[in-house]
Ligand binder design. Structure first.
Ligand code: KG4
Ligand code: ZN
Length: 364
């Protein structure tokens, strides 16, 4: 099964062609990502209107390149998938409308993919991970611990009460005058810093649930920076290292709780899977490895370029849904707000009998 996937939820314009065999991991035939970072850098964050215009200007060429690199013709596709939420409405309209046009002209099914579901299923594309697994999804807009029980069957175990992990990295970077996007910059600065110099709080540590809270940490960092202003280059490195260590401690503690909840509610997970841009952080990966080992499971992290936003994950999620007969109609609307837990319910009315080699689990 060969599927074209389109990603335009935020500041990457991306398209990819992916093949899903009846069993096992997938094959990426092409994966083109055009980042808009330069266009937003001057503003210290993503400007929705600039993003939407950039998607509209470049998407056709990105799709043409993805099709060309894959050596695929539109007639050879089995389905067209587009991320239709959650995300910025302008970009969603561009991506979903383009996918609808291709689906209509080719007479192929449209699959409106939830961006978070795509992150959640990427480890099946890259590593063929079986259900059920424990997902740690940490990106610029989302921080969640999720039991992934099957395609369209997600149970949220924990989430953030305020900032997402990536957002906290981005805000820290902005505060310290580092360029956007902040995550990789903070990680780089932290390498040369002293993580023990500033005593920052570890919010939620020891709480019995698996929820996060990061806004207090961000505020504490600002107060420390203000105390020693004007800050020099080494101060920035020490602040970054102290911040990153606090995040690592919080992530480890919250995941330990999440994995305990997973075991109690769903049995042993096949793996701890990390996804989203934050999983590109080497220090965070290291602690995830340790937490997985302690919990008697293994860590699976897709390669960094598949952890950050891309079209291959959308194509794969589309292929997984197509394999279960989960299609969408051409009047499907983009959904700027679309929690993962609502994916199944949102699609339920459209579900015909499953045709997959791997039937959905109970209730999917
Ligand atoms: O998944 P993603 O590409 O886009 C969203 O859907 O948000 O994640 C982007 C987020 C940004 O907040 C970025 O700062 C963060 O992931 N990020 C990192 C690193 N690389 C990207 N955070 C910490 N360390 C990194 N190395
Ligand atoms: Zn994302």
């Amino acid at each position: 099964m060969v599927v074209l996937g389109i990603e335009t939820t935020c500041d990457e314009t991306a398209a990819a062609v992916v093949e899903r065999p009846a069993v096992g991991r997938g094959r990426i035939l092409s994966n083109i990502v055009l980042s808009q970072t330069d266009e937003h850098a001057a503003f210290g964050g993503v400007v929705p209107e600039i993003a939407a215009r950039a998607h509209a200007e470049t998407l056709d060429a990105i799709i043409a390149r993805a099709m060309n690199d894959a050596g695929a013709s539109f007639a050879s596709l089995d389905a067209i998938a587009a991320a239709s939420g959650p995300g910025l409405i302008g970009g969603l309209i561009v991506g979903l409308t383009t996918a609808k046009a291709i689906a209509l002209v080719c007479g192929r099914p449209l699959i409106a993919v939830n961006h978070l579901e795509a992150h959640a299923l990427t480890a099946r594309l890259t590593d063929g991970v079986g259900f059920p697994y424990c997902l740690f999804l940490a990106s610029g807009g989302h921080t969640q611990i999720v039991a992934v029980r099957g395609v369209g069957d997600y149970v949220r175990l924990g989430t953030t009460m305020d900032d997402a992990v990536g957002e906290a990295f981005d805000k820290t970077a902005k505060l310290l005058g580092l360029p956007y996007p902040g995550g990789p910059q903070v990680e780089k600065e932290a390498e040369g810093g002293n993580a023990g110099r500033f005593a920052l709080p570890r919010p939620m540590l020891g709480k019995l649930n698996a929820d996060f809270s990061l806004s207090g940490l961000k505020t504490a960092l600002r107060l420390e920076a203000e105390k020693i202003a004007p800050i020099g280059a080494q101060d920035v490195r020490d602040l970054c290292a102290s911040f990153q260590q606090a995040v690592i401690d919080v992530v480890a503690d919250r995941l330990r709780c999440g994995l305990k909840m997973f075991r109690a509610q769903h049995g042993a997970p096949t793996a701890l899977v990390a996804a989203g841009g934050v999983a590109a952080n080497a220090q965070i990966r290291r602690v995830l490895q340790r937490v997985a080992f302690e919990a008697g499971t293994t860590l699976v992290v897709p390669p960094a370029e598949l952890c950050t936003d891309n079209g291959a994950m959308i194509a794969w999620a589309g292929a997984e849904r197509h394999a279960h007969g989960l299609h969408d109609t051409l009047d499907t609307a983009p959904r700027p707000r679309w929690p993962l837990a609502e994916v199944r319910a949102a699609q339920a009315a459209l579900i015909p009998a499953p045709v997959a080699p791997e039937p959905p689990r109970e209730g999917a």
